[in-house]
Ligand binder design. Sequence first.
Ligand SMILES: NC(=O)C1=CN([C@@H]2O[C@H](COP(=O)(O)OP(=O)(O)OC[C@H]3O[C@@H](n4cnc5c(N)ncnc54)[C@H](OP(=O)(O)O)[C@@H]3O)[C@@H](O)[C@H]2O)C=CC1
Ligand SMILES: N[C@@H](CCC(=O)OP(=O)(O)O)C(=O)O
Length: 423
Amino acid sequence: MPQDDARDAETLIARMGAAARAAAAALAHADAERKYAALIGAAHAIVESEAAILDANAEDLTYAEQKGLSPAMIDRLRLDPARIRDIADGLRTVAEQPDPVGRVLAEWDRPNGLHIQRVATPIGVLGVIYESRPNVTADAGALALKSGNAVILRGGTDSIHSSGAILDCMKRGLRQAGLPEDAIQMVPVRDRAAVAAMLRAQGLIDVIIPRGGKGLVGLVQAEARVPVFAHLEGICHVYADRDADLDKARRVVLNAKTRRTGVCGAAETLLIDRGFYERHGEVLIRDLLDAGVEVRAEGELAAIPGTTQARPEDFGQEFLDMIIAAKLVDGVDGAIAHISQHSSGHTESILTENDATAARFMQRIDSAILLRNASTQFADGGEFGMGAEIGIATGKLHARGPVGAEQLTSFKYLVTGDGTIRP
Ligand SMILES: NC(=O)C1=CN([C@@H]2O[C@H](COP(=O)(O)OP(=O)(O)OC[C@H]3O[C@@H](n4cnc5c(N)ncnc54)[C@H](OP(=O)(O)O)[C@@H]3O)[C@@H](O)[C@H]2O)C=CC1
Ligand SMILES: N[C@@H](CCC(=O)OP(=O)(O)O)C(=O)O
């Protein structure tokens, strides 16, 4: 990266970070009503600004089409009136949730008379790096605000105009509620040097939340000096056990792969128990092929007409497309061994009617979300009833799985005595 670009990016992030710090200090003790008003105001602004948001989105779509983005990525970027209404609804849902700041998480008395409370607090300044999905600008901004944090957003560059138009609405809400506009900021340039500068912004940004795939993972591993809540790729598995119900298995496998292939909760590998295969044959593979999915199969499955031979690297690959890797495994232990080796710790699903088998799968696989007889596409804060999500945390520290406002808080201890001294 040229030196000048890096210096410019560092200056930009330092300026934004200082403004965010000041805003975070004000937000930390903003009352719940003000934050509610800001979110409802932002929702009104989104609805009123539909035309402006669609114009900005058209500009992004033209750029993305010229760049040759895939249909799944274009779909992720595209806004329409229904999606804009969903964004406004998401803001209202977050507004209506209980304020997470100041909640007493636990309290107890000590024999010496001390009363101890553990109370939820904002974290401070969040830096969120995410893909070209404009609704995340509203979701991440809203969840940060609800949890009393300031946020610096760095969305995918293909969505820069759409995200900018949504940001204007968020700022309008903040202004109307008398809260600092710098509580929600967005990096206004496409230059990726700003991402690296965010990762190194110790003292300005308290935590970085990266949502993305391999390129971002590599950068975060190499550059991050600020603590990270990783929201990284979803290499999600579905395992069809010998005791699966065939109808349920067929429904879930198709949905897990094809509902939306571009989301991080889409299934990327199908593992079929030999016992299931002996009983039901190629039905799951046939359903996928009939739906237009490219099935990269290993071993006996590769003999099924229409499949292609899998290469070793297809397992553990995030296709984000109408492609799935498939192989036979020996029972639940075979599935556990495969998933433990290849998963990214995001979401896995077992299809079985056998409680003991399901329990073994759930206990022994260490991913953020484990499902039984349900599609991996449920990996979503909204579907979990959390209103919105920053994303699915794939790391293990602090937060895991869908991250909503509650997970964006830390805590402190409030200890009350009565002239109490330690002997
Ligand atoms: N766990 C979760 O909650 C989620 C995970 N994801 C994952 O995101 C991925 C899909 O999105 P995709 O658009 O491909 O994600 P990318 O990783 O390509 O992009 C995400 C963001 O990271 C930036 N970025 C990526 N690589 C670099 C780099 N080397 N240097 C600087 N910035 C970088 C992008 O910037 P730029 O615009 O410049 O490319 C963008 O802002 C999938 O892997 C999916 O599983 C997606 C959503 C949620
Ligand atoms: N969790 C959200 C989608 C998050 C996600 O994966 O986004 P993306 O990878 O940009 O398509 C959902 O299931 O709708």
